[in-house]
Design a protein around this ligand. Structure first.
Ligand SMILES: *Cc1c(COP(=O)(O)O)cnc(C)c1O
Length: 229
């Protein structure tokens, strides 16, 4: 199946579930992204700043770019002019820098707090307590150029279905608690970004509102010269 065929299949399934599709185009060239764009996709996810910046300059300007990988504070300035959503906020320090760069461009940047749900040491993210501490902090309350619209999580690799389901359910329970405690009156706090090619069905059952799907739309990743952080 072509990229366009894969995309349309996902679109149909996800529209029925009212779940947003983030097409993860990391390591794909601009032709592959254009094929998805021409099939109607507008939201693309990348995990490396330099790769996103290079592609953003070359591709249609109505693409909505989501950063889904670890972000270093010193790189926020490169994406602040155009980024639609930063899904991988994992510290207050980073959020403060996003706020500062967004203010320079007179923007309010939507962000998700990345929550650590996997049973592995290698993944970035805030612990449950850290997320709550961040939201309670006085400094957070002063940030006017960022808007927290939900949570993001990545389940463990190679886990059993039960474990994956448990991890997604934990994120959903945390989301519900944070919604009640901090964002009860804010309709914009509504996103739970969870689910990738291998586990998106479980994620949707557990309450995902946004899935991030790469390899099963685009196939093998082909660009290799960008370095992850
Ligand atoms: C690469 C990546 C995805 C997409 O993974 P696939 O298995 O290719 O669908 C989703 N989320 C994050 C954070 C990623 O880095």
């Amino acid at each position: 199946m072509s990229i366009a065929d894969n995309l349309l299949k996902y679109k149909k399934e996800l529209t029925a579930e009212q779940v947003e599709l983030i097409a993860v185009s990391k390591y794909q060239d601009t032709d592959a992204i254009l094929e998805a764009y021409e099939a109607g996709q507008r939201i693309f996810g990348e995990n490396i700043v330099q790769e996103m910046v290079d592609k953003q300059a070359k591709l249609p300007q109505d693409i909505q770019w989501h950063l889904i990988g670890h972000l270093q504070s010193n790189k926020v300035k490169y994406i602040a002019p155009f980024i639609t959503m930063i899904q991988s906020v994992d510290s207050l320090k980073l959020l403060v820098e996003i706020n500062k760069q967004a203010a320079k461009h007179k923007r309010v940047i939507d962000c998700l707090l990345q929550i650590y749900i996997a049973d592995e040491d290698t993944k970035f993210g805030l612990g449950f307590d850290e997320a709550i501490e961040l939201l309670r902090s006085e400094e957070f309350a002063t940030l006017k150029n960022v808007r927290i619209t939900g949570l993001m999580g990545i389940a463990s690799n190679n886990a059993t279905e039960k474990q994956t389901n448990d991890e997604f359910t934990e994120l959903k329970v945390l989301f519900d608690g944070i919604k009640l405690s901090f964002f009860r009156k804010e309709d914009s706090f509504k996103e739970i970004s969870m689910g990738m090619s291998g586990d998106y069905k479980l994620a949707i059952e557990a309450g995902s509102t946004m899935v991030r799907i790469g390899s099963s739309i685009f196939g093998k990743r082909i660009i290799k010269h960008y370095k992850a952080e």
